[in-house]
Design a protein around this ligand. Structure first.
Ligand SMILES: Cc1cc2nc3c(=O)[nH]c(=O)nc-3n(C[C@H](O)[C@H](O)[C@H](O)COP(=O)(O)OP(=O)(O)OC[C@H]3O[C@@H](n4cnc5c(N)ncnc54)[C@H](O)[C@@H]3O)c2cc1C
Length: 446
Protein backbone atom coordinates (compact mmCIF):
# COMPACT_ATOMS: atom_id res chain seq x y z
CA UNK A 1 0.00 0.00 0.00
CA UNK A 2 1.38 3.43 -0.86
CA UNK A 3 2.12 6.01 1.79
CA UNK A 4 1.44 9.73 1.33
CA UNK A 5 4.48 11.62 0.00
CA UNK A 6 4.14 14.46 2.54
CA UNK A 7 2.85 14.73 6.08
CA UNK A 8 3.21 17.17 8.94
CA UNK A 9 3.81 14.45 11.54
CA UNK A 10 5.16 10.94 10.96
CA UNK A 11 4.77 8.52 13.86
CA UNK A 12 7.17 5.59 13.53
CA UNK A 13 5.95 2.61 15.58
CA UNK A 14 2.45 1.57 16.61
CA UNK A 15 3.17 0.05 20.00
CA UNK A 16 1.52 1.62 23.08
CA UNK A 17 3.53 4.86 22.65
CA UNK A 18 2.84 5.34 18.93
CA UNK A 19 -0.86 4.48 19.16
CA UNK A 20 -1.34 6.83 22.10
CA UNK A 21 0.57 9.62 20.33
CA UNK A 22 -1.84 9.24 17.40
CA UNK A 23 -4.90 9.27 19.69
CA UNK A 24 -3.59 12.32 21.49
CA UNK A 25 -2.87 14.19 18.23
CA UNK A 26 -6.47 13.60 17.10
CA UNK A 27 -7.71 14.73 20.51
CA UNK A 28 -5.73 17.97 20.10
CA UNK A 29 -7.22 18.54 16.65
CA UNK A 30 -4.18 17.50 14.60
CA UNK A 31 -5.17 15.20 11.72
CA UNK A 32 -2.26 15.71 9.33
CA UNK A 33 -0.20 12.75 10.44
CA UNK A 34 0.70 9.23 9.35
CA UNK A 35 1.38 6.31 11.70
CA UNK A 36 3.42 3.37 10.41
CA UNK A 37 4.63 0.09 11.85
CA UNK A 38 7.10 -2.50 10.58
CA UNK A 39 5.03 -5.54 11.55
CA UNK A 40 1.68 -6.84 10.34
CA UNK A 41 -1.37 -6.68 12.59
CA UNK A 42 -1.52 -9.33 15.33
CA UNK A 43 2.22 -10.13 15.53
CA UNK A 44 2.68 -8.19 18.74
CA UNK A 45 2.96 -10.16 21.96
CA UNK A 46 1.68 -10.25 25.54
CA UNK A 47 4.58 -8.45 27.38
CA UNK A 48 3.62 -5.57 29.77
CA UNK A 49 0.40 -6.10 31.72
CA UNK A 50 -0.12 -3.19 34.13
CA UNK A 51 -1.72 0.19 33.43
CA UNK A 52 -1.44 2.27 36.58
CA UNK A 53 -3.89 4.86 37.89
CA UNK A 54 -1.99 7.91 36.54
CA UNK A 55 -1.96 6.35 33.07
CA UNK A 56 -5.68 5.54 33.23
CA UNK A 57 -6.27 9.21 34.13
CA UNK A 58 -4.02 10.40 31.30
CA UNK A 59 -5.85 8.18 28.79
CA UNK A 60 -9.18 9.47 30.12
CA UNK A 61 -7.94 13.05 29.54
CA UNK A 62 -7.74 12.31 25.78
CA UNK A 63 -11.00 10.34 25.79
CA UNK A 64 -9.22 7.05 25.07
CA UNK A 65 -9.84 4.95 28.16
CA UNK A 66 -13.36 3.49 27.81
CA UNK A 67 -12.29 0.46 25.75
CA UNK A 68 -9.62 -0.47 28.29
CA UNK A 69 -11.97 0.03 31.24
CA UNK A 70 -14.41 -2.46 29.77
CA UNK A 71 -11.78 -4.92 28.52
CA UNK A 72 -9.11 -5.06 31.26
CA UNK A 73 -9.24 -6.57 34.75
CA UNK A 74 -9.54 -3.94 37.48
CA UNK A 75 -6.62 -4.55 39.82
CA UNK A 76 -7.32 -4.32 43.55
CA UNK A 77 -3.85 -4.75 45.02
CA UNK A 78 -0.23 -5.75 44.70
CA UNK A 79 0.88 -8.36 47.19
CA UNK A 80 4.35 -9.38 48.27
CA UNK A 81 4.59 -12.94 49.54
CA UNK A 82 7.27 -15.34 50.65
CA UNK A 83 7.06 -18.74 49.01
CA UNK A 84 4.50 -19.82 51.63
CA UNK A 85 2.79 -16.76 53.17
CA UNK A 86 1.78 -13.16 52.57
CA UNK A 87 4.25 -10.47 53.70
CA UNK A 88 2.69 -7.21 52.52
CA UNK A 89 -0.29 -5.95 50.54
CA UNK A 90 -0.65 -2.52 48.90
CA UNK A 91 -4.37 -2.04 48.18
CA UNK A 92 -5.26 0.49 45.49
CA UNK A 93 -8.54 1.51 47.13
CA UNK A 94 -6.98 4.36 49.24
CA UNK A 95 -6.06 6.04 45.92
CA UNK A 96 -9.68 7.19 45.70
CA UNK A 97 -8.63 10.22 47.77
CA UNK A 98 -6.46 11.26 44.82
CA UNK A 99 -8.03 9.85 41.65
CA UNK A 100 -11.36 8.92 40.11
CA UNK A 101 -9.55 5.80 38.86
CA UNK A 102 -8.28 4.22 42.10
CA UNK A 103 -7.05 0.98 40.55
CA UNK A 104 -4.56 -0.47 38.12
CA UNK A 105 -5.78 -2.21 34.98
CA UNK A 106 -4.34 -5.62 34.08
CA UNK A 107 -4.33 -6.77 30.43
CA UNK A 108 -1.74 -8.36 28.14
CA UNK A 109 -0.01 -5.72 26.01
CA UNK A 110 -1.42 -7.10 22.73
CA UNK A 111 -4.93 -6.55 24.14
CA UNK A 112 -4.04 -3.00 25.20
CA UNK A 113 -2.67 -2.33 21.69
CA UNK A 114 -5.74 -3.90 20.09
CA UNK A 115 -8.09 -1.68 22.11
CA UNK A 116 -6.07 1.50 21.44
CA UNK A 117 -5.89 0.58 17.74
CA UNK A 118 -9.67 0.05 17.58
CA UNK A 119 -10.23 3.45 19.17
CA UNK A 120 -7.91 5.03 16.60
CA UNK A 121 -9.75 3.28 13.79
CA UNK A 122 -13.09 4.56 15.13
CA UNK A 123 -11.61 8.06 14.74
CA UNK A 124 -10.81 7.33 11.09
CA UNK A 125 -7.06 6.66 11.46
CA UNK A 126 -5.52 3.45 10.15
CA UNK A 127 -2.03 2.28 11.11
CA UNK A 128 -0.07 1.80 7.85
CA UNK A 129 1.58 -1.66 7.93
CA UNK A 130 3.89 -3.30 7.27
CA UNK A 131 6.18 -0.33 6.55
CA UNK A 132 9.70 -0.43 7.99
CA UNK A 133 11.72 2.79 8.20
CA UNK A 134 15.27 2.21 6.98
CA UNK A 135 16.68 5.70 6.52
CA UNK A 136 16.34 9.45 7.15
CA UNK A 137 18.01 12.44 5.53
CA UNK A 138 17.50 16.17 5.69
CA UNK A 139 15.54 17.53 2.74
CA UNK A 140 17.68 19.30 0.11
CA UNK A 141 15.28 22.21 -0.32
CA UNK A 142 13.64 22.80 3.08
CA UNK A 143 15.89 22.69 6.19
CA UNK A 144 12.88 21.94 8.44
CA UNK A 145 11.85 18.79 6.54
CA UNK A 146 13.29 15.29 6.65
CA UNK A 147 12.92 12.60 3.97
CA UNK A 148 12.15 9.28 5.64
CA UNK A 149 12.78 6.20 3.52
CA UNK A 150 11.12 2.82 3.85
CA UNK A 151 12.26 -0.73 3.09
CA UNK A 152 10.01 -0.88 0.00
CA UNK A 153 11.62 2.24 -1.47
CA UNK A 154 8.88 4.75 -0.57
CA UNK A 155 9.87 8.14 0.83
CA UNK A 156 7.74 10.32 3.12
CA UNK A 157 8.64 13.97 3.80
CA UNK A 158 7.77 15.06 7.35
CA UNK A 159 8.13 18.16 9.55
CA UNK A 160 7.87 16.28 12.85
CA UNK A 161 9.02 12.69 13.38
CA UNK A 162 7.88 10.84 16.48
CA UNK A 163 10.24 7.97 17.22
CA UNK A 164 7.98 5.47 18.97
CA UNK A 165 9.91 2.56 17.52
CA UNK A 166 11.01 0.78 20.67
CA UNK A 167 14.30 0.08 22.42
CA UNK A 168 16.30 -0.44 19.20
CA UNK A 169 14.90 2.76 17.65
CA UNK A 170 16.23 3.43 14.16
CA UNK A 171 15.05 7.04 14.45
CA UNK A 172 17.22 7.53 17.56
CA UNK A 173 20.18 5.82 15.89
CA UNK A 174 20.07 7.81 12.63
CA UNK A 175 19.54 11.07 14.54
CA UNK A 176 22.81 10.25 16.34
CA UNK A 177 21.30 10.24 19.83
CA UNK A 178 23.22 8.18 22.40
CA UNK A 179 21.42 5.62 24.56
CA UNK A 180 23.06 4.42 27.76
CA UNK A 181 22.60 3.73 31.45
CA UNK A 182 22.74 7.08 33.31
CA UNK A 183 24.91 5.46 36.02
CA UNK A 184 27.15 3.66 33.54
CA UNK A 185 26.98 -0.04 32.68
CA UNK A 186 26.04 -1.99 35.81
CA UNK A 187 25.53 -5.43 34.32
CA UNK A 188 28.43 -6.90 36.28
CA UNK A 189 26.88 -5.92 39.60
CA UNK A 190 23.34 -6.61 38.51
CA UNK A 191 22.63 -10.12 39.75
CA UNK A 192 19.20 -10.10 38.11
CA UNK A 193 20.23 -9.07 34.60
CA UNK A 194 17.53 -11.04 32.80
CA UNK A 195 13.89 -11.93 33.22
CA UNK A 196 11.55 -14.49 31.81
CA UNK A 197 7.84 -13.85 31.26
CA UNK A 198 5.19 -16.33 30.13
CA UNK A 199 1.44 -16.88 29.88
CA UNK A 200 0.63 -20.42 31.04
CA UNK A 201 -2.21 -22.71 32.09
CA UNK A 202 -1.97 -25.21 34.95
CA UNK A 203 -3.21 -28.75 35.58
CA UNK A 204 -5.07 -29.01 37.88
CA UNK A 205 -6.15 -25.37 38.00
CA UNK A 206 -4.82 -23.94 41.26
CA UNK A 207 -7.34 -22.61 43.80
CA UNK A 208 -6.89 -20.24 46.74
CA UNK A 209 -6.54 -16.50 47.48
CA UNK A 210 -3.35 -16.20 45.42
CA UNK A 211 -5.27 -17.13 42.30
CA UNK A 212 -8.19 -14.74 42.59
CA UNK A 213 -8.32 -12.11 39.85
CA UNK A 214 -7.38 -8.49 40.42
CA UNK A 215 -4.15 -9.08 42.32
CA UNK A 216 -0.56 -8.97 41.15
CA UNK A 217 1.48 -11.28 43.37
CA UNK A 218 5.23 -10.86 43.78
CA UNK A 219 7.01 -13.69 45.56
CA UNK A 220 10.40 -12.96 47.06
CA UNK A 221 12.87 -15.79 47.49
CA UNK A 222 16.62 -16.00 47.89
CA UNK A 223 18.18 -13.82 45.18
CA UNK A 224 15.17 -13.59 42.88
CA UNK A 225 11.52 -12.63 42.60
CA UNK A 226 8.60 -14.27 40.88
CA UNK A 227 5.44 -12.63 39.55
CA UNK A 228 2.02 -14.23 39.23
CA UNK A 229 -1.08 -12.53 37.81
CA UNK A 230 -4.26 -14.52 37.17
CA UNK A 231 -6.03 -13.53 33.94
CA UNK A 232 -8.94 -15.99 34.42
CA UNK A 233 -10.55 -16.54 31.00
CA UNK A 234 -10.63 -12.83 30.12
CA UNK A 235 -8.08 -12.87 27.32
CA UNK A 236 -8.16 -16.47 26.05
CA UNK A 237 -9.31 -15.44 22.57
CA UNK A 238 -6.63 -12.76 22.12
CA UNK A 239 -3.83 -14.92 23.54
CA UNK A 240 -4.59 -17.94 21.33
CA UNK A 241 -1.89 -18.21 18.68
CA UNK A 242 -2.44 -21.42 16.71
CA UNK A 243 -6.24 -21.27 16.43
CA UNK A 244 -6.80 -24.00 19.05
CA UNK A 245 -9.18 -22.61 21.68
CA UNK A 246 -7.79 -22.39 25.23
CA UNK A 247 -10.45 -23.27 27.80
CA UNK A 248 -8.43 -23.11 31.02
CA UNK A 249 -7.60 -19.98 33.02
CA UNK A 250 -4.42 -18.27 31.89
CA UNK A 251 -1.81 -16.99 34.35
CA UNK A 252 0.98 -14.50 33.66
CA UNK A 253 4.17 -15.64 35.35
CA UNK A 254 7.48 -13.81 35.42
CA UNK A 255 10.79 -14.55 37.08
CA UNK A 256 14.06 -12.66 37.50
CA UNK A 257 16.95 -14.95 36.54
CA UNK A 258 20.09 -14.74 38.69
CA UNK A 259 23.22 -14.34 36.54
CA UNK A 260 24.68 -17.50 38.11
CA UNK A 261 21.89 -19.53 36.43
CA UNK A 262 23.17 -18.63 32.95
CA UNK A 263 21.21 -17.20 30.05
CA UNK A 264 17.56 -18.26 29.78
CA UNK A 265 16.33 -19.70 26.45
CA UNK A 266 14.83 -17.18 23.97
CA UNK A 267 11.32 -18.70 24.27
CA UNK A 268 11.54 -20.63 27.54
CA UNK A 269 9.87 -24.05 27.24
CA UNK A 270 7.55 -25.73 29.74
CA UNK A 271 10.29 -27.65 31.60
CA UNK A 272 12.42 -24.50 32.11
CA UNK A 273 9.41 -22.55 33.42
CA UNK A 274 8.35 -25.41 35.70
CA UNK A 275 11.85 -25.49 37.15
CA UNK A 276 11.67 -21.74 37.85
CA UNK A 277 8.34 -22.14 39.61
CA UNK A 278 9.68 -25.03 41.69
CA UNK A 279 12.77 -22.99 42.67
CA UNK A 280 11.40 -19.44 43.08
CA UNK A 281 7.59 -19.48 42.81
CA UNK A 282 4.86 -19.66 45.44
CA UNK A 283 4.85 -23.21 46.85
CA UNK A 284 1.13 -23.58 46.00
CA UNK A 285 1.90 -23.76 42.24
CA UNK A 286 4.93 -26.02 42.45
CA UNK A 287 4.90 -29.58 41.15
CA UNK A 288 7.11 -30.62 44.06
CA UNK A 289 5.11 -32.72 46.60
CA UNK A 290 7.63 -31.84 49.34
CA UNK A 291 6.56 -28.16 48.98
CA UNK A 292 2.97 -28.54 47.84
CA UNK A 293 0.60 -31.26 49.13
CA UNK A 294 -1.55 -30.78 46.00
CA UNK A 295 1.10 -30.50 43.26
CA UNK A 296 0.31 -28.36 40.22
CA UNK A 297 2.03 -28.56 36.84
CA UNK A 298 2.20 -26.20 33.89
CA UNK A 299 -0.17 -27.61 31.27
CA UNK A 300 0.34 -25.27 28.31
CA UNK A 301 2.77 -22.46 27.55
CA UNK A 302 0.67 -19.97 25.61
CA UNK A 303 3.54 -17.48 25.14
CA UNK A 304 6.99 -17.04 26.65
CA UNK A 305 9.95 -14.72 26.28
CA UNK A 306 13.16 -13.53 27.93
CA UNK A 307 14.39 -9.97 28.20
CA UNK A 308 17.13 -7.96 29.86
CA UNK A 309 16.52 -5.78 32.94
CA UNK A 310 19.15 -3.12 32.20
CA UNK A 311 18.38 0.60 32.04
CA UNK A 312 19.19 3.15 29.36
CA UNK A 313 18.07 6.67 28.52
CA UNK A 314 18.41 8.72 25.34
CA UNK A 315 20.88 11.63 25.66
CA UNK A 316 18.19 13.84 24.12
CA UNK A 317 14.45 13.28 23.75
CA UNK A 318 14.25 16.09 21.20
CA UNK A 319 16.66 17.08 18.45
CA UNK A 320 16.63 18.72 15.02
CA UNK A 321 17.57 16.59 12.04
CA UNK A 322 15.86 18.86 9.58
CA UNK A 323 12.48 17.90 11.01
CA UNK A 324 11.88 17.98 14.77
CA UNK A 325 12.71 14.50 16.04
CA UNK A 326 11.00 13.48 19.30
CA UNK A 327 11.44 10.18 21.09
CA UNK A 328 8.81 8.50 23.25
CA UNK A 329 8.47 5.21 25.13
CA UNK A 330 11.17 2.56 24.90
CA UNK A 331 12.92 4.54 22.16
CA UNK A 332 13.61 7.19 24.82
CA UNK A 333 14.20 5.02 27.91
CA UNK A 334 14.22 1.44 29.09
CA UNK A 335 14.50 -0.12 32.54
CA UNK A 336 13.59 -3.29 34.39
CA UNK A 337 9.89 -4.17 34.61
CA UNK A 338 10.09 -4.06 38.44
CA UNK A 339 7.13 -1.86 39.42
CA UNK A 340 5.52 -2.26 35.97
CA UNK A 341 6.30 1.29 34.82
CA UNK A 342 7.67 0.94 31.22
CA UNK A 343 4.46 0.93 29.20
CA UNK A 344 2.97 3.51 31.58
CA UNK A 345 5.78 5.96 30.99
CA UNK A 346 5.49 5.29 27.23
CA UNK A 347 1.76 6.11 27.19
CA UNK A 348 2.11 9.23 29.33
CA UNK A 349 5.09 10.46 27.25
CA UNK A 350 2.95 10.17 24.14
CA UNK A 351 -0.02 12.05 25.62
CA UNK A 352 2.15 15.00 26.71
CA UNK A 353 4.10 14.93 23.44
CA UNK A 354 1.03 15.41 21.26
CA UNK A 355 0.07 18.46 23.31
CA UNK A 356 3.55 19.99 22.74
CA UNK A 357 3.64 19.10 19.03
CA UNK A 358 0.19 20.58 18.30
CA UNK A 359 1.13 23.77 20.17
CA UNK A 360 4.33 24.00 18.12
CA UNK A 361 2.47 23.42 14.85
CA UNK A 362 0.04 26.23 15.75
CA UNK A 363 2.88 28.56 16.78
CA UNK A 364 4.74 27.80 13.50
CA UNK A 365 1.61 28.62 11.50
CA UNK A 366 1.57 32.07 13.13
CA UNK A 367 5.34 32.56 12.96
CA UNK A 368 7.37 30.31 10.61
CA UNK A 369 10.57 31.22 12.52
CA UNK A 370 9.24 30.14 15.90
CA UNK A 371 11.94 28.56 18.07
CA UNK A 372 11.76 25.09 19.63
CA UNK A 373 11.21 26.08 23.27
CA UNK A 374 7.86 24.24 23.46
CA UNK A 375 9.43 21.00 22.23
CA UNK A 376 12.53 21.38 24.40
CA UNK A 377 10.40 21.92 27.52
CA UNK A 378 8.48 18.73 26.76
CA UNK A 379 11.76 16.87 26.28
CA UNK A 380 13.29 18.14 29.53
CA UNK A 381 10.20 17.24 31.58
CA UNK A 382 9.94 13.73 30.18
CA UNK A 383 13.70 13.15 30.54
CA UNK A 384 13.40 14.03 34.24
CA UNK A 385 10.41 11.67 34.65
CA UNK A 386 12.31 8.84 32.97
CA UNK A 387 15.30 9.40 35.28
CA UNK A 388 12.99 9.12 38.32
CA UNK A 389 11.46 5.87 37.04
CA UNK A 390 14.87 4.39 36.22
CA UNK A 391 15.99 5.13 39.81
CA UNK A 392 12.74 3.70 41.22
CA UNK A 393 12.93 0.45 39.22
CA UNK A 394 16.63 -0.01 40.05
CA UNK A 395 15.84 0.29 43.78
CA UNK A 396 13.07 -2.29 43.48
CA UNK A 397 15.37 -4.64 41.55
CA UNK A 398 18.10 -4.30 44.18
CA UNK A 399 15.61 -5.08 46.97
CA UNK A 400 14.40 -8.10 44.99
CA UNK A 401 17.93 -9.43 44.53
CA UNK A 402 18.68 -9.71 48.29
CA UNK A 403 19.47 -13.21 49.51
CA UNK A 404 18.91 -15.04 52.80
CA UNK A 405 22.63 -15.69 53.27
CA UNK A 406 23.82 -14.27 56.61
CA UNK A 407 26.19 -11.26 56.39
CA UNK A 408 28.77 -13.05 58.60
CA UNK A 409 28.92 -15.72 61.33
CA UNK A 410 28.89 -12.97 63.99
CA UNK A 411 25.97 -11.19 62.30
CA UNK A 412 23.42 -13.92 61.61
CA UNK A 413 21.08 -11.69 59.59
CA UNK A 414 20.60 -11.41 55.88
CA UNK A 415 19.48 -8.53 53.66
CA UNK A 416 16.39 -10.48 52.57
CA UNK A 417 15.49 -11.31 56.19
CA UNK A 418 15.63 -7.62 57.17
CA UNK A 419 13.66 -6.61 54.05
CA UNK A 420 10.88 -9.14 54.81
CA UNK A 421 10.77 -8.18 58.51
CA UNK A 422 10.46 -4.48 57.66
CA UNK A 423 7.74 -5.18 55.10
CA UNK A 424 5.78 -7.34 57.57
CA UNK A 425 6.04 -4.71 60.32
CA UNK A 426 5.41 -1.61 58.19
CA UNK A 427 2.66 -3.37 56.24
CA UNK A 428 0.47 -3.29 59.36
CA UNK A 429 0.12 0.47 58.97
CA UNK A 430 -2.50 1.71 56.52
CA UNK A 431 -0.49 4.84 55.69
CA UNK A 432 2.51 2.73 54.64
CA UNK A 433 0.33 0.60 52.36
CA UNK A 434 -1.18 3.78 50.90
CA UNK A 435 2.28 5.28 50.27
CA UNK A 436 3.37 2.18 48.36
CA UNK A 437 0.17 2.20 46.26
CA UNK A 438 0.74 5.91 45.61
CA UNK A 439 4.36 5.29 44.53
CA UNK A 440 3.34 2.57 42.08
CA UNK A 441 0.32 4.47 40.75
CA UNK A 442 2.45 7.19 39.15
CA UNK A 443 0.02 9.85 40.44
CA UNK A 444 2.92 11.71 42.04
CA UNK A 445 4.96 11.79 38.83
CA UNK A 446 2.66 11.97 35.86
C1 LIG B 1 10.50 -9.18 25.04
C2 LIG B 1 9.93 -8.10 25.91
C3 LIG B 1 9.20 -8.43 27.03
C4 LIG B 1 8.68 -7.43 27.85
N1 LIG B 1 7.98 -7.79 28.94
C5 LIG B 1 7.53 -6.85 29.78
C6 LIG B 1 6.84 -7.21 30.95
O1 LIG B 1 6.63 -8.40 31.23
N2 LIG B 1 6.39 -6.20 31.78
C7 LIG B 1 6.63 -4.87 31.46
O2 LIG B 1 6.21 -3.98 32.22
N3 LIG B 1 7.26 -4.51 30.33
C8 LIG B 1 7.72 -5.46 29.51
N4 LIG B 1 8.38 -5.08 28.39
C9 LIG B 1 8.52 -3.65 28.09
C10 LIG B 1 7.26 -3.09 27.42
O3 LIG B 1 6.79 -4.02 26.48
C11 LIG B 1 7.61 -1.73 26.79
O4 LIG B 1 7.93 -0.82 27.83
C12 LIG B 1 6.51 -1.14 25.92
O5 LIG B 1 6.20 -2.00 24.85
C13 LIG B 1 6.95 0.23 25.35
O6 LIG B 1 6.09 0.63 24.31
P1 LIG B 1 6.63 1.39 23.03
O7 LIG B 1 5.41 1.70 22.23
O8 LIG B 1 7.54 2.48 23.44
O9 LIG B 1 7.56 0.35 22.23
P2 LIG B 1 7.20 -1.03 21.54
O10 LIG B 1 6.07 -1.69 22.23
O11 LIG B 1 8.49 -1.77 21.42
O12 LIG B 1 6.69 -0.63 20.09
C14 LIG B 1 7.57 -0.21 19.07
C15 LIG B 1 6.90 -0.44 17.71
O13 LIG B 1 7.73 0.12 16.70
C16 LIG B 1 7.76 -0.73 15.61
N5 LIG B 1 9.03 -0.51 14.90
C17 LIG B 1 10.28 -0.78 15.32
N6 LIG B 1 11.18 -0.42 14.40
C18 LIG B 1 10.49 0.09 13.36
C19 LIG B 1 10.88 0.62 12.09
N7 LIG B 1 12.17 0.69 11.71
N8 LIG B 1 9.91 1.05 11.25
C20 LIG B 1 8.59 1.00 11.61
N9 LIG B 1 8.19 0.50 12.80
C21 LIG B 1 9.12 0.04 13.66
C22 LIG B 1 7.67 -2.14 16.21
O14 LIG B 1 7.16 -3.07 15.27
C23 LIG B 1 6.72 -1.91 17.38
O15 LIG B 1 5.37 -2.17 17.05
C24 LIG B 1 8.90 -6.06 27.54
C25 LIG B 1 9.63 -5.73 26.42
C26 LIG B 1 10.15 -6.72 25.59
C27 LIG B 1 10.93 -6.33 24.36
Amino acid sequence: MSLPKNTTVLIVGAGPAGLTAALSLVHHGCHDFVIVDAIVEGQNSSRAITIHSATVEALASIDAVDGLLSRAIKGKSIRITSRSSQIFEAKFDPLKKHSVHPYALFAPQNVTELVLGQKLQSLGVQVQRPHRVVGMKQNDKDPRITDVSFEDGQVVKARYIIGADGARSIIRTIAGIGFSDPEGPDLVDNVLAQMVAADVTFEPEPVGPLFSEGHLNGTVSSGSFFLLTPFGNHFNAELTRDGKPITKSIFRVGCAIPVKNGEPPRAPPKEYLQDLINTYGPSSITSDPSLNPTPVKIDQVVWSTRFRTHSAIADRTFTRFGAAILLVGDAAHIHSPAGGQGMNLAIRDAIFLADAVTKHIQASAENPDVDDTILQEFADTRHARAMEIIGFSKTLLKLASLTYEAYAWWMPFSGAFIRDLMLRMLGRFDFVQSRVAWGLSGLGRR
